[in-house]
Design a protein around this ligand. Structure first.
Ligand SMILES: Cc1cc2nc3c(=O)[nH]c(=O)nc-3n(C[C@H](O)[C@H](O)[C@H](O)COP(=O)(O)O)c2cc1C
Length: 368
């Protein structure tokens, strides 16, 4: 794919410290195999917001998936359905939330922001309800645009400023260009197109950026809670105090997330932020995690620290970019097989058996 699109997905904010920390935190945590527990049969299914999922990995929301493969969002959602897991649509999808809803039988979550135009927040929530989405994900760490310098260099900013070398880079990727030849003219932010108005992505991107609300507060979250009767998930929390407030307001789920290191560079690794949040939530909401989850072993480590499931961002996009629906199916299958193997090697038969004793505690090295 063109360098600018690769960088759009692969990159993070500024020095990309947080992006790197997300992955390194998994590297630094060790699993404690207990092979004699015996785990001939292993079941990795989990129940999340009333739905049984075949695995503890969910497709996270990623804007503009339709740039990676024609009809990218629908391809990914179909792969999730076939794998028996849930799919979360981004506010910034190319296709509309209504089209996606008709394309998949997978449990569907819809991701939205709090906008300066509260009427637009309400409209998106109501559209998600009418289209039959199973859960609403309110992302709270995107109240300003992150400073993604790779995108700036590539002209992939808002508004887009594509320079000659970026355009030449796109033209040189003939496989991608051929695949996308019919789509490119229609790439837009589908959910933001108003009847009778422009669908030009550059204009919609500007409108979207101007709708972000750095003054948002808990009263906005309460307003969304009143609008949406189903499972409501806050995505982008790293503070235990905020997690405690979310529980008090009746939030059903929390995604411990730093937006894959794309927003505040210097934010902690999500795996390190997870345990104190799990402690304050104390089972009163489902705690999920994303950021740097690259292997089945990473999923098991997050579950060992109390997450109920993990979301994946970049890995599903790479599968999509390589071969569409089949590519995402392959990525999910890799996670499934790796989780199964790790469970077998650790002596774990079911997700309920994964706990803090699944981890090797370094302090025990020096214990007498
Ligand atoms: C290209 C791209 C687009 C994204 N778009 C959104 C989005 O629209 N809404 C959102 O809540 N998160 C978005 N995210 C963040 C992901 O949902 C997720 O938090 C993050 O990618 C997880 O980290 P990982 O990529 O290391 O798995 C995006 C991430 C990427 C890579």
């Amino acid at each position: 794919m063109p360098r600018s699109i690769f960088d759009f997905a692969d990159g993070g904010a500024e020095e990309e410290y947080t992006l790197q920390r997300n992955e390194r935190a998994f590297e630094e945590l060790e699993l404690l195999p207990q092979p004699l527990r015996g785990a001939a049969m292993r079941d990795q299914s989990v129940t999340l917001f009333g739905k049984r999922l075949s695995m503890p990995v969910v497709i996270g929301p990623t804007g503009l998936s339709g740039l990676f493969w024609p009809d990218g969002e629908c391809c990914t959602a179909r792969a999730a359905a076939a794998a028996g897991t849930a799919f979360c649509l981004s506010h910034g999808s190319v296709c509309t939330l209504e089209k996606l809803a008709g394309a998949t039988a997978a449990p569907k979550w819809m991701q939205v922001f709090i906008y300066t135009d509260k009427g637009f927040t309400r409209e998106l929530v109501q559209r998600a309800a009418s289209a039959g989405y199973d859960a609403l994900v309110l992302t709270v760490d995107n109240q300003l645009l992150g400073n993604r310098e790779r995108d700036k260099r590539n002209g992939f900013s808002i508004p887009p400023r594509l320079n000659a070398s970026t355009l030449a880079g796109m033209a040189s990727k003939t496989g991608w260009l051929w695949r996308m030849r019919k789509e490119l003219r229609h790439i837009t932010f589908g959910n933001y197109v108003k009847a009778g108005e422009t669908a030009r992505i550059s204009e919609l991107a500007g409108r979207m950026a101007s709708l972000l609300d750095p003054s948002m507060s808990w009263s906005d979250v309460e307003a969304v809670r009143k609008l949406w009767p189903g499972p409501l998930i806050l995505k982008g929390l790293l503070s235990p105090q905020e997690a405690a407030t979310a529980v008090k307001l009746g939030i059903d789920g929390i995604v411990v997330s730093n937006h894959g290191g794309r927003q505040l560079d210097g934010a902690p690794a999500t795996l390190e932020a997870l345990p104190p949040i799990v402690d304050v939530v104390a089972g009163n909401a489902a705690v999920l995690l994303d950021g740097g989850v690259r292997r089945g072993a990473d999923v098991v480590k997050a579950l060992a620290l109390g997450a109920k499931a993990c979301l994946i961002g970049r890995p599903q996009l790479w599968g999509l970019a390589v071969s569409g629906e089949a590519g995402v199916a392959h990525v999910l299958d890799l996670y499934r097989r790796e989780i199964d193997r790790v469970m077998g090697l650790c002596g774990i038969s079911s997700i309920a058996e994964i706990g803090r004793d699944t981890l090797f505690h370094k302090a025990s090295r020096s214990a007498p």
